[in-house]
Design a protein around this ligand. Structure first.
Ligand code: DP6
Length: 344
């Protein structure tokens, strides 16, 4: 019997991935950029045990047994096993053993808090550790579990390159800058609602690809320019530019969601109030101090610098006193080590 436990963090996109050119292989229409959070905060922990005595594969998510007949899960498993089989040093004897997977998120699953990103990053990394290929490039495998998962395998600010090969071999994640590059960067997550979202990202983006003209414009005319400018902002530690592009991309992404037919409505009234408060706050200060971004849900992620955290927390608590914002997660940095692992 062999057992491996890994922890992997969530990532929050500042230039969003929305739309696939190949749904089977999860190949995106555009590049995206995100920051990987620290594993102290929002993360997934997964233990995988392989044994010659297990009669079937099993998976438990947050204490509930789920079906193993999940296409994405099976694809990740077979891809890691295929790579391992080609590898001289892998533990070939265990490739045929069944496995039991036990996975836990320390935050609400599927509430637009990127649970599939940390979940599949963790699964793929744990499988790679189990079979002894954890040093390989794994993001192209994690991508096939959930697109955004490929970015959680690297720390700091990370770009998922859409790639141009039909087989997806160059659709991988790369680190733009490490977490040490901009150590003053902080994230606040304002949990507006932690219920499971109504329209999954997978379904929502598939409908956008079929129906949204605005998505075509976003992909053909906007994202590449923003990727270039945001990369420069990161290298230069230019918060003004970073914040502007982050907010504009979030707004365009949600505009695409509304342009989708039927529309995907992820932000709610409180989300929009948060947007207003942030713009007012920046206006009063005559510069961008805080940038918001919203994934496929109503919860806000605020990027800001450490020196501004106390004042921004004060304003948030003042503007949303009645429990409208259920909790505020304070992410001390974007410092992350590669996924942690341990083997017995
Ligand atoms: C809005 O990666 O969850 O968070 O590839 O279908 O699993 P699938 O989608 P997923 O979509 C994430 C969408 C997003 C933007 C982002 O993280 O870039």
């Amino acid at each position: 019997m062999l057992s491996v436990t890994c922890t992997a963090p969530v990532n929050i996109a500042v230039i969003k991935y929305w739309g696939k050119r190949n749904e089977e292989l999860i190949l995106p229409l555009n590049d995206s950029i995100s920051a990987t959070l620290s594993t102290e905060h929002l993360c997934t922990t997964t233990t995988i045990t392989a044994s010659p005595n297990f009669t079937e594969n099993k998976i438990t998510l947050n204490g509930v047994e789920e079906s193993f007949e999940n296409k994405r899960l099976l694809r990740c498993l077979s891809e890691v096993r295929r790579r391992a089989d080609e590898h001289d040093k892998c533990r070939k004897e265990i490739l045929k053993w069944n496995i039991h997977v036990v996975t836990e998120n320390n935050f609400p699953t599927a509430a637009g808090l990127a649970s599939s990103a940390s979940g599949y990053a963790c699964l793929v990394y744990a499988l790679a550790c189990l079979y002894g290929i954890e040093k390989e490039e794994l993001s192209a495998i994690a991508r096939q579990g959930s697109g955004s998962a490929c970015r959680s395998l690297y720390s700091g600010f990370v770009q998922w390159k859409k790639g141009c090969h039909d087989n997806g071999s160059d659709s991988i994640a790369i680190q733009i800058v490490p977490e040490t590059h901009w150590p003053e960067m902080r994230i606040l997550i304002l949990v507006v609602n932690d219920a499971k979202k109504k329209t999954s990202s997978t379904h929502g983006m598939s409908t956008s690809v079929k129906t949204s003209e605005l998505l075509k414009y976003r992909v053909s005319s906007c994202v590449d320019k923003n990727i270039e400018a945001l990369t420069k902002a990161l290298h230069d530690k230019d918060f003004e530019l970073f914040g502007k592009i982050t907010m504009q991309d979030s707004n365009q992404f949600h505009a695409v969601c509304l342009d989708t037919y039927p529309p995907c409505v992820y932000m709610n009234d409180i989300s929009h109030s948060i947007v207003n408060v942030i713009h007012q706050y920046n206006k009063v200060h005559g510069e961008i101090k805080v940038a918001y971004t919203f994934d496929a849900g109503p919860n806000a992620c605020l990027y800001l610098l450490e020196k501004d955290v106390p004042d921004v927390l004060r304003i948030i608590n003042y503007a949303f006193p009645n429990d409208n914002v259920k909790s505020v997660e304070y992410i001390k940095g974007i410092p992350v080590d590669l996924p942690e692992s341990g083997t017995d």
